[in-house]
Ligand binder design. Structure first.
Ligand code: 1DF
Ligand code: MN
Length: 354
């Protein structure tokens, strides 16, 4: 029998860089617990954070333990699945559900913990800064500190902030900072906002099964149609889960966007310079987190370009060695596979240059 366990070290012709890998601190869990105990706590926040912090079932218990480890267990898990490097993102909903002052302070202290782990394991970990968009100026400043002082590779935003979207101009200082620093912003799913969640949650469809993708795709579409990339043409946005289904929709999005703008139907949908699919090919990168499925990955490479699709595992939520094998065995040429696993991530996140 041959041993087909994926190995680290690049002997297959590429390093495996996983780009949407989650982590957390006990301080964050404690802050969530205090916030969830307040009267009128947000149902999307409680549905997500309450499950992972309090459920006694085996899967959430294993996930919670692994989220908290930035050392031996995580590196052993990476070794066992052939992952050379993880790009670490503070898990959803991060600090965005907290009161403004606490969110700002916890983003800072959390980024210090992350930078420390990266200093201890520079050959295995990179990371994105957590920011608190509740205070846009402080968020932009923390992104700047994270990149220039801590060596982080951009920022993660766990989608909406208490029902608000980065398409609103009050948040654009964050985009301005990202463009000036030449780092991407990863928009990651979170529990649905309270104005959206009811029809999803009553059917059990609000989480990663479907609601996450709908809401995060909506977030990116709002950013595109609000003209963010006209104002910040060099800005890079990354989304996971094979582009949160947007690549499959591009034909209809372009058609209906043009028709809606022409009809001047919405004050909020003004003409923008390019089509939605053009921004998707020029400003957006997508990862394969949670979508280890050859037809979907190849479709995305086809419609967006092989230079825009990056590998992600979504550890520890999707810790599956078979999914690494799926990516290893894709029916694409060696250069495309190396781009998927290694060189796209190095270029988009500036790995090795900071
Ligand atoms: C889940 C999925 C949770 C993803 C996540 O963070 C997450 C889940 C709280 O299955 O509940 O990052 N995911 O990206 O698919
Ligand atoms: Mn994830």
């Amino acid at each position: 029998m041959t041993d087909d366990t994926p190995r680290t070290g690049g002997s297959q012709g590429y390093l495996r860089i996983a780009t949407e890998e989650a982590w957390a601190t006990q301080d964050l869990f404690d802050a969530w617990d205090r916030k969830m105990a307040e009267p009128g706590a947000d149902p999307g926040f409680v549905g997500l954070a309450g499950f992972y912090t309090a459920s006694q079932a085996e899967r959430p218990q294993n996930i919670k333990r692994r989220l908290l480890d930035l050392g031996e267990e995580r590196i052993a898990d990476m070794d066992a699945t052939g992952i050379d490097r993880q790009l670490l993102l503070l898990t959803a909903p991060g600090v965005q559900v907290l009161d403004t002052a606490e969110g700002v302070a916890l983003a800072r202290s959390t980024n210090d913990v992350l930078a420390d782990a990266i200093r201890r394991h520079p050959d295995r970990f990179s990371g994105l800064a957590a920011i608190a968009p509740q205070d846009p100026a402080a968020a932009a400043e923390e992104l700047r500190r994270g990149v220039t002082e801590l060596g982080l590779s951009g920022a993660v935003v766990n989608s909406h902030t208490q029902g608000r979207y980065l398409s609103d101009q009050e948040y654009w200082p964050i985009f301005e900072a990202a463009e000036a620093l030449d780092v991407p912003i990863y928009i990651h799913p979170t529990g649905l906002p309270k104005d959206m969640i009811r029809p999803f949650q009553e059917a059990g469809l609000d989480g990663a099964i479907y609601g996450f993708g709908v809401e995060t795709g909506l977030h990116l579409l709002r950013i595109i149609t609000a003209g963010v990339f006209d104002r910040f043409p060099k800005l890079r946005i990354v989304v996971g889960h094979a582009g949160e289904a947007l690549p499959f929709w591009l034909f209809r999005l372009d058609h209906m966007h043009a028709a809606t703008v022409r009809a001047q139907r919405y004050e909020s949908m003004k003409p923008i310079k390019r089509t939605i699919s053009e921004y998707m090919r020029e400003n957006v990168y997508i990862t394969t987190s949670g979508m280890a499925w050859e037809p979907a990955i190849r479709f995305c490479q086809d419609v967006l370009g092989a230079d825009r699709v990056l590998y992600a595992m979504d550890y520890p939520y999707q810790y599956e060695v078979d999914e690494v094998r799926t990516h290893d065995n894709l029916g694409v040429d060696a250069a495309t596979k190396k781009a998927l696993y290694q060189t796209n991530a190095e270029r988009v996140f500036g790995l090795g240059s900071r």
